[in-house]
Design a protein around this ligand. Structure first.
Ligand SMILES: *[C@@H]1O[C@H](CO)[C@@H](O)[C@H](O)[C@H]1NC(C)=O
Ligand SMILES: *[C@@H]1O[C@H](CO)[C@@H](O)[C@H](O)[C@H]1NC(C)=O
Ligand SMILES: *[C@@H]1O[C@H](CO)[C@@H](O)[C@H](O)[C@H]1NC(C)=O
Ligand SMILES: [Fe+2]
Length: 570
């Protein structure tokens, strides 16, 4: 990225970064919280939530270092242990990046943030940090072994995954078999103690397979096939040849399998001359026979160099106009890229379910792929204060700025997008008879989709998620979508801002939606947060646990039974 480009990006970001974001307090010692309403007798287990929580760093009152992008707050994990017998919830939470805080406060950090751009990084200081970042990622001859580092020295805070397989070499014979791993969009995994939440170990995908698993970006959301026990992910390689590596880990963490290394698209007409864009991939799809990777026009500029130069992912990303999104279909049976099917340009943070079938008429494979799709990248610059304040309040006394276009992305501070993504189903087929990718929008304005884990890789009817509220877009309301009819049920309970709802089925469930949803909720006007349990079928509240007089932002979570079995894992 040229110097002028960079200055422009940094001035935009600084103008958006004008709000102080609020810290979430830490509860390292567990507290037992009472519940109003009733926890169903069958609902016993542990809910983990993860998200950005600490923005004002340093000692209590001195604001020694401030993080100004909502995504980049240093991560917390929250743990809720539901106990129906006592009708209580045992709650604790913990900052999982203590050593990162120390280096940021001391000014020695060369971190790459999602969107936070440090104020003080100007002139030579900035230049020096750029060199450090380049050095520590691209040019290091012998990569450092992160397992030797302080386990809290990286911020790993997007997904929290119980029972994730650990690399064989890092498994300790005597240790607790309850494994909890935090994941992010870059190649760094963090094992934390499932009870105290204390960071235990940092590792990378190359610890599963030194030879084949390299790359900096990866998908924060893995995929998992319960039938085969395999865990899937993708690594994106910056460097001379742009490459995506799609791989599977077995359930023991011993065997890895590289399914495909993609450098060029494989068009249906046999053309393999177009190199791929290095897209930002936050999640992807899995079916019984295929892995499907979306290559969207939202990509790392200059083969990743821009991210390293600017130190933020947001300013390092660009949207390539008039370029389709390619859906790369990879075979699980034989390995290898089968075909890359173009469709209208879109980007997705969050895929939902997917399944494959055979078309009766053509005999060709068909795959259905659900996701929350954006048609441009204009949402990227509105993510700065995620769930932290009222949108109307934040625009009220702001000076008017003219909209600009930056690297294919329109930034219009006075006219930020007010709704979430479209919930969309893409259907693809390929073979001798026809090659196509089509889509239908099921309903607009849906994010953080979840569904019953029992239906993974199978046709399903219900999806739950969040919608931006009509009267205040910064508030998320709960929704349930009937995918067959498109009918949406909402709970717009006054004052509640819901986080991603996690579905737990009743053990003897009689229908797909027979169970509950768990959501960590902020009551923004009241400045309180609560754990709310609602009936998944009707969205009626059945139990509430008042957690405290603070608000907390969390992206994602997982729920396991009291025996630590997967119930809804992300
Ligand atoms: C539980 O889920 C994780 C993540 O999807 C997976 O890696 C693990 O193998 C699963 N464990 C079981 C016993 O299903
Ligand atoms: C949220 O807080 C407001 C203000 O105290 C209160 O009036 C409202 O009832 C709360 N909402 C819920 C759903 O508890
Ligand atoms: C939403 O939840 C509240 C609290 O339980 C309940 O009173 C209300 O009926 C629910 N709304 C809908 C549409 O189900
Ligand atoms: Fe996500």
């Amino acid at each position: 990225m040229g110097v002028l480009d960079y200055l422009r990006a940094s001035s935009i970001v600084h103008s958006i970064q004008q709000y102080d974001l609020v810290n979430t307090p830490e509860f390292q010692k567990p507290v037992w919280l009472p519940v109003s309403g009733t926890i169903p007798p069958w609902l016993n287990g542990i809910l983990y939530r993860i998200g950005p929580a600490k923005y004002n760093l340093g000692d209590q009152n001195g604001k020694q270092y401030m993080i100004r992008h909502a995504f980049d707050g240093l991560p917390f994990i929250h743990r809720f242990e539901l106990c129906s017998k006592q009708q209580k919830v045992r709650y604790n939470s913990r900052l999982t990046a203590e050593a990162v805080e120390k280096t940021l406060v001391s000014g020695n950090s060369n971190n790459i943030f999602f969107g936070h751009m440090p104020d003080e990084e100007q002139g030579w200081g900035r230049f020096a940090k750029t060199i450090q970042r380049l050095d520590s990622t691209l040019f290091r001859a012998t990569p450092q072994d992160v397992t030797l580092l302080d386990p809290s020295s990286r911020a790993v805070g997007v997904t929290v995954t119980p029972n994730y397989p650990l690399p064989k070499a890092l498994q300790k014979a005597d240790s607790n078999d309850r494994v909890l791993v935090a994941k992010s969009d870059y190649n760094m995994l963090q094992q934390v103690n499932e009870d105290t939440l204390e960071p235990q170990l940092l590792f990378e995908y190359n610890h599963y397979d030194k030879k084949n698993l390299h790359g900096i970006p990866t998908a924060a959301h893995h995929q998992y096939d319960a039938e085969t026990g395999e865990t899937f992910n993708v690594l994106v390689n910056f460097g001379r040849v742009s490459k995506m590596t799609i791989f599977a880990l077995d359930h023991t963490g011993t065997q890895t399998r590289v399914l495909a290394e993609i450098t060029h698209r494989k068009l249906a007409n046999g053309d393999t001359s177009e190199p791929i864009l290095l897209s930002y991939i936050h999640s992807f799809w899995l079916t019984k026979h295929y892995v499907i990777i979306p290559e969207s026009p939202l990509h790392y500029g200059n083969r990743g160099l821009d991210v390293l130069m600017s130190g933020t992912i947001v300013t390092g990303l660009a949207w390539k106009k008039n370029t389709p999104t390619y859906l790369h279909i990879i075979s699980r049976d034989t390995g290898g890229l089968l075909v890359s099917l173009p469709t209208d340009p879109f980007f997705t943070f969050h895929t939902a379910n997917a399944w494959d079938t055979i078309d009766d008429k053509t005999g060709q494979p068909v795959i259905h792929l659900d996701c929350c799709a954006f048609d441009s990248a204009d949402f990227l610059y509105k993510l700065y204060n995620l769930g932290q304040r009222d949108a109307t309040e934040s625009t009220k006394d702001k000076k008017k700025t003219t909209p600009i276009e930056y690297r294919g992305i329109t930034i219009d501070e006075n006219n930020m997008p007010t709704s979430h993504a479209d919930l969309r189903r893409y259907s693809v087929t390929w073979g001798d008879k026809e090659n196509k990718a089509t889509s239908t929008t099921i309903t607009p304005n849906v994010e953080f989709p979840r569904f019953s884990q029992a239906y993974t890789l199978k046709p399903y009817q219900f999806l739950w998620g969040c919608q931006a509220s009509e009267d205040d877009p910064s508030r998320s309301v709960l929704c349930k979508v009937d995918l067959d009819t498109g009918h949406v049920t909402r709970n717009t309970s006054k004052g509640y801002s819901f986080s991603e709802p996690i579905f737990a089925p009743r053990p003897d469930a009689t229908s797909e939606d027979d169970g509950v949803l768990l959501s960590f909720v902020n009551n923004v006007s009241d400045h309180r947060c609560l754990l709310v349990i609602v009936d998944a079928s009707t969205l009626e509240e059945i139990a509430t646990c008042d957690v405290g007089d603070f608000t907390a932002t969390t992206f994602h979570g997982s729920f396991v039974s009291d025996k630590f079995e997967n119930i809804s894992v992300n």
